[in-house]
Design a protein around this ligand. Structure first.
Ligand code: MF3
Ligand code: CO
Ligand code: CO
Length: 283
């Protein structure tokens, strides 16, 4: 094993600290989940996240990170990642990824979910489903000591099979006392990910960003953060923090109320059922 990689292996005490950080972060996501609905602004979501984090004695990792101004990222529709909470009010038909990172006793928990707001288009629903399924397929493919490229080798064929694409510019990462550590965890296979391995005791994220159209990205010149799809079509993402153990990957950021492995996302149309949208009701 490379010396550089040995440093990424945590002691059992450090692993427990990461378990605690992941659990706190997941509780926070459960806390905000019922509020992520039409009519709330992303600024209000951010304020709730900031308040809960501080009230519980923790630190929001993104606030001030490389001058990032808020306590979470809120990425809506064609925004891939790093959307900054503002006065925008969520509307029926939006999809929004909320990405939360909490520092607990110095250790980081990092995760995100994409939420469907009311009655969303089939493309937005399907790209969200794809990102979710790709996250779990990648996690299930991991074994102790496997190559990091296992993730990309799982995610890319599944996304392409569904007619979608995988973002390359933004990647998962090692996680611990710092927000972003080695190894880099691309959701496509590359030269480095075929070398790097995930040994027991290592913590890292998996966070595939899936685009409905082209994989290409464009970052906002004015705010310096917001990353959008080049073609304006939808993008979705899910993220977990993981610990590799001798028995395989352990998800550190499992929520109580969030979607579980195998979850089927549905457009909440109320009276209208999307599957039958083109079918005349029986009279
Ligand atoms: N939470 C993101 C990740 O998963 C990073 C956000 S950094 C910020 O790696 F500065 F944009 F907040
Ligand atoms: Co991350
Ligand atoms: Co994140």
């Amino acid at each position: 094993m490379l010396k550089k990689q040995k440093k990424l292996i945590l002691t059992t005490e450090q692993q427990d600290a990461m378990r605690r950080a992941g659990r706190v972060n997941a509780r926070l996501l459960d806390y905000i989940r019922p509020h992520v609905t039409a009519g709330i602004s992303t600024r209000q979501i951010d304020e709730m996240i900031h308040g809960w984090t501080i009230d519980n004695g923790h630190v929001p990792a993104t606030l001030g990170y490389q001058n990032y101004p808020k306590s979470c990222c809120t990425s809506i529709n064609d925004v891939i990642c790093h959307g900054i909470p503002d006065e925008y009010v969520l509307q029926d038909g939006d999809i929004i990824n909320v990405d939360i990172t909490t520092i607990v006793d110095g250790w980081h928990g990092d995760q995100s979910e994409t939420f469907l707001i009311g009655d969303v288009s089939e493309e937005r629903r399907a790209v969200t489903q794809c990102a979710f399924d790709c996250l779990y397929l990648a996690i299930e493919a991991l074994t102790p000591g496997c190559r990091v490229s296992t993730i990309g080798e799982t995610v890319v064929p599944e996304a392409h099979r569904r007619g979608f694409t995988v973002v390359r510019e933004y990647v998962g990462h090692g996680l611990g006392l710092q927000f972003h550590l080695d190894p880099s965890v691309p959701h496509f296979p590359n030269r480095q990910s075929r070398i790097d391995r995930l040994y027991p005791g290592m913590c890292f994220t998996v966070e595939p960003m899936i685009n409905a159209g082209s994989r290409y990205t464009r970052s906002d010149k004015d705010d310096g953060w917001t990353v959008r799809t080049k073609d304006g079509r939808a993008s979705a993402q899910f993220e977990h923090s993981l610990l590799m153990t001798e028995d395989g990957p352990e998800i550190l950021t499992l929520t109580e109320d969030g979607p579980r492995r195998g979850h089927q996302f549905e457009s909440n149309s109320g009276s209208r059922s999307t599957g039958d949208a083109n079918v005349e009701p029986a009279s």
